[in-house]
Structures are given as C-alpha cells and as structure tokens.
Design a binder for this molecule. Structure first.
Ligand code: PBE
Length: 267
C-alpha cells in the first residue's frame, strides 16, 4: 500500500547477480555509504535476476535489482536507475578490452582488430534483444555482422589473415558480454583464427588473462566496476582499447515504483 516504505515493500531485499560481478561490490559499498543496515543484497545470476524482474513486472510488484546498460531489460521494460548522490556506483563507465601481456607479440592481427573494436549501445542492443527473443547467440552475432559489414570492415581493414591460429576468449554469462564475445569470436574466425570461448566467473575471467591462459576478455568495465580486479592484476595485462563509452551500473527499479533515489531506501 502507499504508506509502506520501499524497504517494507521489498522485504529489504535487493535482487543481485553473481557474487564476483563488480556491481555486487558497488552495491555493498552503497549499502555502507547510505547506511542501509537493514538491507540484504541477494546473490544469484543475471538470468535469475531478469526472471525475478519479469515476474514482478508482470504483476506490477515492487522489486529492486542491480542493473546496467547496455542491457535488453531497458528495451523490454520501463525501468529507471535510482539516483546515486553519494557516487557509490561511479559515473559514466567504459567497456575496455583487456588482453594478455603476450597478445600483441604473439597474435598481432587479433590484437589490431581488438584495438580497433568500437561499437555503441544500439549495436550491442540489437544482438542482445535477438538472443533474448530466442535466437542462438552465434546466429544473432552473425546476423548483426551481416547487417553491419561496414563497421566490421573498419575493425579488420588492412589486417592480415591468419591460418588457424588459436584464440581464447574468457567471458561471464552477462547478457551484454555474451553479445560482444559472440560477435568478436565470429570476426576473429573470419580472420582465420580458431576461436574458443570459455565461460567462467568474473574473478577467474581476469585471472585467466593476467596469467596468459586466455588471450582476451571484452568485459573490462572501468574505471569503477572492475577497479578491484584491475588493481589486483596491475602490470599483468594490456588495456587494449575501449569498445564502448557512456555505459552505466546502478540500482534499478520499474518506473511504476514511487522512489527516485537510493536515499529513499533509508526510510
Ligand atoms: N556487469 C556487466 C558486470 C560488468 C558487465 C555490469 C554485470 C559487473 O558488474 O561486473
């Protein structure tokens, strides 16, 4: 009812994702920064979170989730970020491509393509929405490439083809990362690489690139989201390039909820 506080409406529960995600660390920080002592951040997965969101949204029930953009959830539902006056979630984030220290020397062609790789929220959104609408990730990636050959050509222009060299991506099953990794896997395959994609958790993703057991990851969210990982492995990876700017993380609620700021959770 209208006189309940946000906390009472959602049982003081924030629906989170996998524990290694940077947004989980940022949410722990928000709980401290805003003095949300009664609140609990629940861990799960991106898929479990969007399932909970759908269930709540269909009934106009209250829910508070850990959201990020680009994400298809902002296309499918009317959602808003809660204001973050304390800056617990940083501001504008960027998505960086992180390579192993040997990448430039061992696989210069892939390194050049990854350095050139830049796209925008709309591009990634097309791939993400196709996947959530039921298309196989590989097919969704191929369809996007077919329709955006100019953009792909600008990444590969002047780069020599290779002959079956192996290339290993590590990625986490975040919908945004599934989209980018599938697209770049296809691009590198077209260049002649034999590409392997290993799905892991966030910590092991950074570890694999830092110890050289993987060549690259496409989901280095900086400067805030993955700051802890970037500092932990400082000097053990190459920041190859920025694939997208103006991305964001934060607490997210349906528009029909009558709160606007993380400060409103204190009541
Ligand atoms: N995310 C998507 C990740 C980075 C990419 C926002 C869920 C995270 O929080 O670590």
């Amino acid at each position: 009812s209208a006189d309940k506080t946000a906390g009472e409406m959602v049982d003081y529960k924030i629906t989170g994702i996998d524990p290694g995600a940077g947004i989980m660390e940022a949410t722990g920080r928000a709980i401290e920064d805003y003095g949300l002592d009664k609140w609990e951040l629940q861990t799960g997965s991106g898929a479990a979170m969007t399932a909970a969101l759908k269930k709540a949204y269909d009934k106009e029930d209250p829910i508070i989730i850990t959201g990020w953009s680009p994400h298809w959830m902002f296309t499918k539902y009317d959602l808003k970020y809660l204001d973050d006056p304390e800056g617990s979630y940083g501001g504008e984030e960027e998505i960086h491509t992180i390579g192993s220290l040997d990448l430039a020397k061992d696989k210069p062609e892939a390194h050049q393509i990854l350095e050139n790789f830049k796209w925008d929220e709309e591009d990634m959104g097309e791939v993400m929405v196709a996947i959530i609408d039921g298309e196989d990730p590989e097919e969704a990636a191929q369809a996007w490439i077919d329709e955006n050959q100019d953009k792909v050509d600008s990444w590969t222009e002047g780069v020599d083809k290779v002959d079956g060299d192996e290339f290993k991506f590590v990625y986490v099953a975040w919908d945004s990362t599934v989209a980018s990794t599938n697209v770049m896997a296809k691009v590198l395959e077209d260049q002649g690489y034999k590409v392997k994609m290993s799905q892991v958790e966030a910590g092991p993703m950074w570890t694999a690139v830092a110890d050289g057991s993987a060549d690259a990851l496409l989901a280095g969210w900086l400067p805030v989201t993955h700051k802890t990982y970037a500092e932990k492995y400082d000097g053990k990876f190459e920041d190859v390039g920025t694939s997208m700017t103006g991305v964001k993380i934060g607490l997210t609620v349906p528009e029909y909820m009558d709160i606007d700021s993380i400060e409103d959770l204190k009541e």
